[in-house]
Design a protein around this ligand. Structure first.
Ligand code: COA
Length: 264
């Protein structure tokens, strides 16, 4: 894919991405690296991170691997220390780590609910807090990967909608609180993205065709659709954009709920 951005958009910058070992996070990591950033990859599985780092190096990019669980605040502070030691600075944080599954609310265990809140919402907070000292040295940018499912009533997802709604509120509040430190923070809400663990888990088998029919732009998204929107949010074109919620879903959530679903 040829990029609509300059190849040196993020030259000399350092980006940290959680959930960088697969899916959307992997795609974002590859595009950040292709546009000049050194990319520090965090996730639970070292082998997955190493595979992505090798892909980046094979394409001439720079990457480092920092395994950690976003549920461990001290572990994330240690990662930031390792990143600044390795690359000398930190400019960008992408909060991509997430967990989800389908489960009726009435049979969801307390620990099932907590696990998704701990990973998605609290993990996002822990990473933002760990990155704050390094990001505030020169100013920086955070992108929180949100979703659209919390914008409507989404059955079987009470854990994830609660977490993502919290992430949206956290994004708006930190945009206000950290603007004075030169840190921009925005949320990006991807729709159904082809070939990702999320899509395999949440829309398996014949649900795929139904999902495509629900999208006004008539196709699933690609990881590059999301990654190129991330480049906008971390690059100079959005220098005065903070606290925003950017939906990248082919129009899916607007058309799939409410009376629209009855008339289609
Ligand atoms: N239905 C109902 N409950 C489930 C579940 C499911 N499909 N999957 C996990 N849970 C529950 C477990 O039963 C457990 O609760 P319990 O102790 O009361 O039994 C709790 O969630 C934690 O599960 P566990 O597997 O121990 O946690 P984990 O920390 O290893 O995994 C998850 C966290 C559950 C979010 C896991 O799905 C995950 O790691 N996902 C990451 C990848 C992913 O989901 N990607 C898609 C993003 S859209």
């Amino acid at each position: 894919m040829s990029s609509p951005y300059r190849h040196d958009l993020l030259q000399d910058q350092v980006a940290w991405i959680t959930g960088g070992g697969s899916g959307i996070g992997e795609g974002i990591a590859l595009q950040l690296a292709k546009h000049g950033a050194a990319v520090a990859l965090t996730g639970r599985k070292e082998a997955s991170l190493q595979r992505v780092a090798t892909r980046i190096a094979d394409e001439g990019g720079r990457a480092s691997v920092h395994p950690a669980d976003v549920r461990d605040p001290q572990g994330l502070e240690d990662v930031v220390s390792a990143i600044t030691e390795r690359w000398g600075r930190l400019d960008i944080l992408i909060n991509g780590a997430a967990g989800n599954f389908l489960c009726p609310a009435h049979s969801l265990s307390p620990n099932g609910f907590s696990s998704v809140i701990d990973i998605d919402l609290k993990g996002t907070f822990h990473a933002c807090k760990a990155a704050f000292p390094a990001l505030s040295e020169r100013g920086g940018s955070i992108v929180n990967i949100s979703a659209t499912l919390q914008l409507t009533g989404t059955p079987l997802q009470v854990h994830a909608v609660s977490a993502k709604a919290g992430i949206d509120a956290l994004t708006r509040t930190l945009a206000v609180e950290w603007g004075g430190a030169g840190i921009r923070i925005n949320a990006l809400a991807p729709g159904p993205i082809d070939g990702t663990p999320g899509m395999d888990k949440l829309a398996p088998g014949d649900m795929r065709d139904r999902v495509v029919r629900s999208i006004p732009l008539q196709r699933l998204g690609t990881v590059d659709d999301v990654a190129l929107a991330v480049l906008f949010l971390v690059g100079p074109a959005s220098a005065w954009t903070t606290g925003s919620f950017l939906v990248v879903d082919g129009g899916q959530w607007l058309s799939s709920g409410g009376l629209g679903a009855v008339f289609q």
